[in-house]
Design a protein around this ligand. Structure first.
Ligand SMILES: Nc1nc2c(ncn2[C@@H]2O[C@H](COP(=O)(O)OP(=O)(O)O)[C@@H](O)[C@H]2O)c(=O)[nH]1
Ligand SMILES: Nc1ncnc2c1ncn2[C@@H]1O[C@H](COP(=O)(O)OP(=O)(O)O)[C@@H](O)[C@H]1O
Length: 219
């Protein structure tokens, strides 16, 4: 699915699809924002959703907030790379921005659930890096959902009761990060991204780079 871009060291490599999943409230959004601020060359995939906008959210930045008929048209027209139903709402990844970012040599960050992660992995397994974020405890998870103060008590109860189901998919991920302390969790997520960017299989320019080095050594 991806074509090459140039890595920070000038060696061409394939773009990667960096997925963060977690039960609601474990810290995906916080960690995603930190990554985007500090990691050049990483672009957020903005999903479409039929859920209500929360206070502070911006249409087109946090999500594309659409009605159900528009979402269904996107599905029918093949405009979504993956989509799923989560908490009674529809969520999906618009295909075009992801494809154009990858072909411009950028990496793409996804905040999607386990269903979407499975679909992406089926389509582009070698380019997908899957990271699952766990909360340190159920009490912390509940505290964080309340501290965010953006959902009603009923919505929070629903999210807590879904957490165990979502967590049951942890073993489908390549990396597991426990978000005790946000700075430490961020450092771990950033290390994963940095290491994955260096993977030999993605660095399609290495053959030419090494050949060139060898020819310099032989003269
Ligand atoms: N499959 C899929 N899941 C998504 C997408 N966008 C968001 N989600 C997931 O939907 C769930 C609910 O997201 P949201 O309503 O923003 O609440 P949050 O859990 O507090 O971030 C989270 O698990 C997200 O990762 C998408 O495009 N596709
Ligand atoms: N390590 C942490 N310690 C304490 N609070 C945190 C930590 N990580 C995130 N939070 C807070 O928890 C709440 C939920 O985090 P958020 O990133 O919105 O989760 P998610 O996107 O997974 O639903 C937010 O108010 C956030 O500031």
């Amino acid at each position: 699915m991806t074509t090459g871009g140039h890595g920070f060291d000038g060696v061409e490599r394939r773009g990667l699809m960096f997925v963060l999943s977690s039960p609601s409230g474990a810290g995906k959004t916080t960690l995603s924002r930190m990554l985007l601020e500090r990691e050049p060359g990483l672009k957020m995939s903005v999903s479409a959703t039929t859920r209500q906008m929360r206070p502070g959210e911006v249409d087109g930045r946090d999500y594309f907030f659409v009605g159900k008929p528009r979402f269904e048209t996107m599905v029918e027209q093949g405009e979504l790379l993956e989509w799923a139903t989560v908490f009674d709402n529809l969520y999906g990844t618009p295909r075009a921005p992801v494809e154009s970012a990858l072909s411009a040599g950028q990496d793409v960050l996804f905040d999607i659930d386990w269903q979407g992660t499975q679909q992406l992995h089926q389509k582009a397994s070698v380019d997908v890096v899957r990271v699952f974020i766990l909360p340190p405890s159920a009490a912390d998870l509940e505290k964080r959902l309340h501290s965010r103060a953006q959902d009603s008590d009923e919505v929070i109860r629903k999210r807590m009761s879904r957490a165990s189901h979502e967590m049951s998919h942890w073993a489908e991920y390549d990396y597991i990060v426990i978000n005790h302390n946000v700075d430490e969790a961020f450092a771990e997520v950033q290390s994963i991204l940095k290491a994955e960017r260096l993977k030999r299989e993605r660095r399609i320019g290495l053959v030419g780079f090494v050949r060139n080095l060898q020819s310099q050594l032989q003269t």
